[in-house]
Design a protein around this ligand. Structure first.
Ligand SMILES: [Zn+2]
Length: 430
């Protein structure tokens, strides 16, 4: 056994062979006869993997584009710190890593953590339920804030459309931003007013979006007519007259629609049904963005006990990906122990379960647990993309259970090779 441990071929050509890792430095693993760790296997490339020994321990990385190295069944991405018992698949050769004595097996140490606090028999985890209350002052605050924010935005939007009269990335982006900021203003008001009913939040978002959209039309139509004298009406058209007379606004919109308002590529001027459809899509984008933004601003957790919003801590812990059915079955049994059984080793794995905790900032008694499967894919340009898929959302847990999960998080940080994995920022342990 070297100071950095030992690699042993457990299956494949030359099974039983061992290498003591006794020197510091980087060494190739592959079929090249000059490779320090020479594997005679047709599926092994000349330099298939790299091994690095140093004060931090022993690390392995993948060098094969054709058949990537797997660590404990997961495709190896980046550098992996070897832990006692790790199984490396290189081509069709399986190697086992034995840790140097004295600093062995953080994995077995992790298995010795105390189990979760006991739950009553058959006490499965239930999602947090809200009163769904929408206090009147909250609704008014949402409407007030949304309109106060939406009106100036409507002016800005109308003039941007007037001076940039075409469909391009800027106008589409600004259309969505206009709706989203209006909805966000309503969301801020409703967060202050403790509206915890998602449906109400969405409705208020839609209403303030519609109010802002209407004003943007009023401003745009009056400014457009002013700039086009041939379209100018018999009767004077001002912002205030259009604002209070929706019939006049519709009439003028209809006239503009017949002529068309701007040209596409300098030649085609959409008018009639085509222009009407473009306007409908624009309106739909604004309303949808306002609806979405108004609903997304409030935190996931509201404590009905002390009437306080909670805070969510994302990726408190990351554990090995298990199949969703077994996770759901364990949760139905009121069993959280799998969070301690399957810690993610300090490696960059392709898939894991992300654990989020939320807690009330007032009394601290209301706590929830959210589990999602996080899958990382690496694109052609080596960019990393993480997909989160919910496994269980906002399950009520006790304060003791939340503290137990936090203790797992601390232990993972101490025994692993760095801070706790934070899958949202995806330090999948470099
Ligand atoms: Zn509370």
């Amino acid at each position: 056994m070297g100071p950095f441990g030992r690699l042993k071929i457990v299956s494949g050509v030359r099974a039983g062979a061992e290498w003591d890792l006794s020197e510091e430095g980087s060494f190739p693993i592959g079929s090249n006869p000059k490779a320090r760790f020479h594997l005679e296997d047709p599926k092994v490339e000349p330099v298939h993997a790299g091994l690095h020994c140093g004060p931090e321990g022993a690390f392995v990385d993948n060098r094969s584009k054709v058949s990537p190295v797997k660590v404990n069944g997961d495709i190896l991405m980046g550098r992996h710190k070897l832990q006692a018992g790790d199984l490396l698949l290189v081509g069709s050769v399986t190697l086992e890593y034995e840790a140097p004595s004295g600093r062995s097996a953080s994995r077995s140490a992790k298995r010795q953590v105390p189990g979760p606090p006991p739950r009553q028999e058959g006490n499965s985890f239930q999602p947090v339920s809200y009163s769904g209350r929408a206090p009147l002052e909250g609704v008014l605050a949402g409407l007030g804030a949304g309109i106060a924010g939406g009106l100036p935005l409507a002016f800005a939007y109308a003039y941007l459309d007037l001076f940039n009269p075409c469909i391009n990335v800027i106008t589409i982006l600004f259309t969505a931003v206009f709706g989203a900021l209006t909805g966000l203003a309503a969301g801020i008001g409703m967060r202050w007013g403790k509206v915890r009913c998602r449906r109400t939040q969405g409705i208020i978002g839609g209403v303030v979006g519609a109010v802002a959209l209407h004003l943007s039309w009023v401003v745009w139509v009056s400014a457009f007519l002013e700039s086009q004298h041939r379209l100018y009406s018999q009767h004077p058209v001002t912002i205030s007259s259009l604002y209070v007379h929706p019939g006049d606004l519709l009439y003028e919109m209809g006239r503009i629609c017949d002529f068309g308002a701007w040209s596409l590529f300098g030649s085609v001027t959409p008018s009639g049904i085509v222009l009407g459809l473009i306007w409908l899509v624009e309106a739909a984008i604004i309303l949808a963005a306002a609806w979405f933004a108004a609903r997304s601003f409030t935190p996931a957790l509201f404590c009905e006990g002390c009437a306080t919003w909670g805070v969510t801590r994302k990726a408190v812990l990351a554990v090995e990906a298990l199949d969703p059915a077994s996770v759901k079955a364990r949760l139905e049994d009121g069993d959280l122990s799998f969070l301690a059984e399957h810690p993610v080793p300090g490696s960059r794995v392709a898939s894991l379960i992300q654990v989020d905790l939320a807690s009330c900032t007032g009394c601290g008694d209301t706590r929830t647990l959210t589990l999602s499967t996080a899958t990382m894919t690496v694109g052609e340009a080596k960019q990393e993309k993480v997909d989160l898929k919910a496994l269980a959302e906002d399950l009520l847990i006790t304060r003791q259970e939340a503290e137990w999960i936090e203790s797992l998080s601390t232990q993972a940080g101490e025994s692993g090779s760095g801070p706790t994995p934070k899958p949202t920022r995806f330090s999948w342990k470099k």
